[in-house]
Design a protein around this ligand. Structure first.
Ligand SMILES: *Cc1c(COP(=O)(O)O)cnc(C)c1O
Length: 376
């Protein structure tokens, strides 16, 4: 069986997780947690980063941090994971979906302005497949309308747009370290990226159950107490230890993924040239991280047959998001601005191929051969 995904593992995770256990301190913000955050702050770079239990939690923290209130409107694509929307719906906000661009599957920046109303508070671009949204345009719109930009960069670690790391361009950004992403903190995990100085202090407080515990540990206050709303948004030291191994191997993992991505792209180019399939586009301003290899079949029916064909050969290829506006909760908590020209139609044709850190060429060739056979 060729699985769709395997959790990334470089080897030293075992060493660091053991070290964390022997340290005798397993709750959040221990030595490994601090090392990871320092690494991100230096490498992205970012004003401040905070590890979280998931990207979902990082987005929820962000929604509290920018004070989303009931009735506020948040602009995002419908072609995304539920957490992008839930984080804001949990604060009582209404989601306003904007159509995507067919080339990158990212929010169409040219349609955002028409979705803005007096209630709009934030834009949440999602960098699909680790390929950046048109951030210059989005930041310009946000500035002119006084909106926050919170980047859902769940898939975007090691990618950049015009030389800036995804997640560091908006006011806030979020990464995921779920096992399906390029880097994991032991299966689940995330990161909040703070790019606007004014959020640094309150983010720590919300993350520590609404207390000033972080300031207490730095000796800035003589006792810690309840000062704001908050929750528990800290991952454990075991997760940070696993992640530290992956950060040390960040370039190794990224190079291997890019090589695997290029292999698929080269081998499938002839099918694209013959007009059978459409490959994804990486705009020239973007450097991507090979998070995902996808292409589009001619139709939903063709995609269904192709997935079935691959399954018969023990190859697990998968489709992706059911557009949120077509789902029950999406209808209850959101509305679509303008026409759904591409969101539904393009999502129905998209198929993702098996891809993980360590996939070998023989395995990839088996997948390629099965696809070529289908189109013969
Ligand atoms: C994976 C993903 C999330 C959620 O990440 P978790 O760490 O599993 O909470 C959110 N948004 C996007 C776009 C994702 O791909």
């Amino acid at each position: 069986m060729i699985n769709f995904n395997r959790a990334p593992f470089v080897g030293t995770e075992l060493v660091f997780v053991e070290e964390a256990i022997r340290n005798g301190k397993l709750s959040g913000d221990g030595p490994f947690g601090k090392k990871c955050q320092n690494w991100f702050e230096a490498h992205l770079p970012a004003k401040k980063t905070l590890l979280t239990p998931s990207c979902t939690a990082a987005l929820e923290l962000a929604a509290v941090l920018v004070d989303i209130q009931p009735g506020d409107e948040i602009i995002m694509p419908s072609y995304t994971f539920v957490s992008t929307a839930n984080a804001f719906v949990l604060r009582g906000a209404k989601v306003v979906f904007v159509d995507i661009r067919p080339d990158t599957m990212n929010i169409d920046e040219r349609l955002i302005e028409a979705a803005i109303t007096p209630k709009t508070r934030a834009i949440v671009p999602v960098h699909y497949a680790g390929v950046g949204c048109e951030m210059d345009t989005i930041m310009d719109i946000a500035e002119r309308h006084n909106l926050y930009v919170i980047e859902d960069a769940a898939q975007g670690m090691m990618s950049n747009y015009k030389g800036k790391a995804l997640g560091t361009i908006g006011h806030l950004g979020a990464f995921s370290f779920h096992e399906t992403k390029n880097y994991t903190s032991g299966g689940e995990g995330g990161l909040l990226i703070i790019n606007d100085e004014k959020f640094k202090q309150r983010a720590e407080i919300i993350r520590e159950k609404g207390t000033n515990r972080s300031q207490f540990f730095r000796g800035m206050v003589d006792k810690y107490q309840w000062v704001d709303i908050g929750s528990s948004f800290l991952p454990s030291e075991l997760q940070a230890a696993y992640l530290w191994a992956q950060l040390e191997g960040a370039k190794l993992i990224n190079d291997a993924r890019l090589a695997a991505w290029k292999y698929y792209a080269e081998k499938l180019q002839p099918l694209a040239d013959m007009g059978h399939i459409e490959l994804g586009v990486v705009p020239k301003d973007c450097i991507h991280n090979a998070h995902m290899f996808y292409f589009k079949a001619a139709s939903l029916d063709e995609r269904t047959s192709l997935i079935e064909h691959l399954k018969h050969q023990d190859i697990h290829a998968v489709f992706h998001y059911v557009p949120l506006h077509t789902a029950k909760a999406g209808r209850d908590f959101g509305r679509f601005s303008g026409d759904d020209r591409f969101t539904t139609a393009e999502s129905e044709r998209l198929i993702r191929l098996p891809m993980w850190y360590g996939i070998d060429e023989a395995t990839q060739q088996q997948v390629v051969d099965a696809i070529i056979e289908f189109y013969r």
